[in-house]
Write a protein that binds this ligand. Sequence first.
Ligand SMILES: C[S@@+](CC[C@H](N)C(=O)[O-])C[C@H]1O[C@@H](n2cnc3c(N)ncnc32)[C@H](O)[C@@H]1O
Ligand code: SF4
Length: 390
Amino acid sequence: MSHAAAKVTAHNPPPLGVYLHWPFCTAICPYCDFNVHAAHKNTATPQDWLAAYRAELRHAYELRPHGAVATVFFGGGTPSLMPPQLVGDILHEIDALWGLAENAEISLEANPVSAPQPHLQALAGAGVTRLSLGVQAFDDVALKTLGRTHSAQQARTAFEAAQAIFDSASFDLIYARPAQSLDDWRTELSAALALAPQHMSLYQLTIEPDTPFHARAAQGKLPLPDEDMAADLFELTQSLCADAGLPAYEISNHARDGHHCRHNSAIWRGGDYIGVGPGAHGRLSVDGRKHASLAEKQPAAWLAACAAHGHGWQIKPLSDAEAAEEAVMLGLRLHEGMALTALEARGIALPSARLKSLQQDGLLTARDDALQVTAKGRLLLDYIIGRLLA
Ligand SMILES: C[S@@+](CC[C@H](N)C(=O)[O-])C[C@H]1O[C@@H](n2cnc3c(N)ncnc32)[C@H](O)[C@@H]1O
Ligand code: SF4
């Protein structure tokens, strides 16, 4: 590959989002390897958190001041544990710095345990427009295996409340779970679709290193699906969702028209996002070059760094090769694919022989200015990306 950085200036900044990480959960799920900490260990006050988030936002603004913020994503951990006042104060700060676009999308991730109707109402009052609920399973036995502390009925109640309150509501499910059959998943996903969601994130269970699930799998105590079964589950998911009017727009994300997550879509298209909070990643165009930021993961250390230095970040420029690789890895996840002219404009030349052979194998198409992964290719996305970037 040959690479040259796209020139990003104050006159043509990529769209801007803000990702804010809230690192606490009431219970830590045995499959999860996100930057999460037990909520009872949070000894800082909401005022301490506000001061630290404000400091980091101001620091980011000094580095990357151009353009209004189009999307904000409160992710975690479990940001539905945040006091609504804190959410509102953070949004005011973002508005005072960059300005919030008029129809900004403000997403927040929630757990059914911390999503009673009045709390959701208060979060909407603070400015949240889109709720993403972690459901994981509509099956009480599976919820127990996943270490969840809510029932399927509690998840349904929280989701129905969210649908009535927010512009857009989504839920996450995990499939390809231990001992899950195709029929089990067909029944469960059909029941989930009957709730008429506008958006769903459907993830295959990943066994992450250093998690209790990893240890259990290593002892042979988790009967996980093999590759063929995982592929069948993926294909069943695609067809049931498409038939119900929620086709995939990204490998794991399904939406009705007009309900794509704008924040994540902008990231997959290579947009800039400020990442604030413990362990948050960010991507910022500074002086025409993409920079990657990564914050200190431990909440207490992050708070102390913000108090001492105004931020808890390390930031480094991405090389042309790193920026190009990232653009391809993210862009090919999207069903819309990547514009070939945009790749060219960035000086990204994909190896033509391999491109051709991937096309001949029916894994990729390159026409009408779009490089797209085919339905067959979606099962082999990592392989395709590996071939294109090798
Ligand atoms: C931050 S959580 C969502 C909100 C909230 N923390 C909750 O779990 O209810 C993000 C999502 O990542 C997914 N996830 C986490 N670990 C996973 C794993 N090992 N395999 C598949 N999906 C996973 C889950 O679907 C989870 O809802
Ligand atoms: S899945 Fe959600 S609730 Fe469970 S530990 Fe991960 S972030 Fe926390």
